[in-house]
Design a protein around this ligand. Sequence first.
Ligand code: ARG
Ligand code: ZN
Length: 513
Amino acid sequence: MNRRRAAALLAAVLLSGTACSDDDSSIWATTTAPSATSTLATTTSAPTTTTQAGTTTTGTTQAGTTSTAAGDPSGLGDPYFPELGNPGYDVEHYLVELAVDPVANTVEGAVAATAAATADLDTFHLDLLGLTVDSVTVDGAAAGFRREEGELVIDPAGLLPAGEDFVVTVAYHGTPLNLTTLGFPIGWVQAGDLTYVAAQPDGARTWLPCNDHPADKAAFTFRITVPEGNVVAANGSLAEVQDGPGVATFVWEMPEPMATYLATVVVGPLTRVEWGTAAGVVLRDYLPADLAADPPAPLTRVGEMMEFFTGFFGPYPFAEYGHAVVPGLPGALEDQTLCVFGREALETLFDAQPWTLGAEAVVAHELAHQWFGDSVTPSTWQDVWLNEGFATFAQWLWVEHARGAEAYRQEVAGSYAWVAAGPHPLPGDPGATGEELFADSVYVRGGLTLHALRVEVGDETTWEILRAWAERYAYGNAATADFVSLAEEFSGRDLGALFEAWLFDPSIPALPG
Ligand code: ARG
Ligand code: ZN
């Protein structure tokens, strides 16, 4: 593949600005080389080799990860981030009540998590990095607490019996940390006149004491107080704005379960732009004033995309959708109901080569994540192709719709040519310690896996499978093995070999179709 074609393909699938480097060596080297700056992989995520067993031979990635962690209060034993999340309880709702000072770059307030104990607890953990904890209560009574690296260890006054709800409230303040995870800047970001959160995969714990693993999804209420002149966008629907002297409190409700990595707030002088509804979904963007006056073309097509995707994937899972456009983010993140989109990425990709859809494909990609990733969330980070491969395939479907069958064929053929010239990390097994979690090939070869399924079982059955996937696991979690069995159920075929070959076999199968 020539370099211009490669760059165009990359622009269409990828969200990392660094990937578009015009370096004389292969442009792919920048994205496929393991990151040297993966602080979390080295400091808090010792690989647990036991949980990797069997992944390449069985074609599934759920190697008993949670059972290996039973008894370890500090993590759920995720293959890549064993210390993320905590056993013994299941959070149902987070109330995030924070005053944000965007000039001093500080937060102060409390998170109250309502959780159901799943075991008798005389102590339990939340995940939290940095910040200063001022007090902890459980069901209103003072509780003991101590910090151990990324863990906030809580010692309630009495035993919390299995099966019963409790409310843990953590009051805290400070300047949230920034992390670099897998080479990406993660966490609480202050850039230009905006402050925002970009937390995938492990950054929610920099601003929220929480059960920071996608396996524990919960509803959220945000009550964010900011100085006059600032606007707050967050996940869900804006329920209320309360004005006080010199401040305003924005109340956002996210009633459907959400993984912690998808929680976001964006604070600053933003304009709310309303686009009406499409397929019954309220469309609203939060844009800087100049973009609000002249919205970028890709954002104007979201209504059409919403109609198109609901036709393929079934009802959109939430009440609202839109984007917050921010400076300094090298790509975009599919935060639930509110995609956070880097302005530079939006503008550079928008000006991409004429034969690609550039930023428009990324806008479609992020919207598709609302079904695949946000509503149906991987059970562990190793299954991230269920997010990225699906969103990439969905973006190709949009290309097919917007530009025709030949454009789809070119996307697939160009992607295949790049993958086949590998080696590249495998979508089903992106690195022993997860260092390739967001490698281009997880996206591209993941998308090709669904293309191969499409050719194998035909269009109608493929759409049925995608709809059934979105419906059966809506608002929950699922693993690769669940997808393979659902595809077999709906097609009536044995598809183990197809998925094994496309997701786990270092030698890529021939391009079908
Ligand atoms: N999930 C984002 C998307 O493809 C990309 C995130 C890339 N990096 C990261 N560390 N989360 O839409
Ligand atoms: Zn994606």
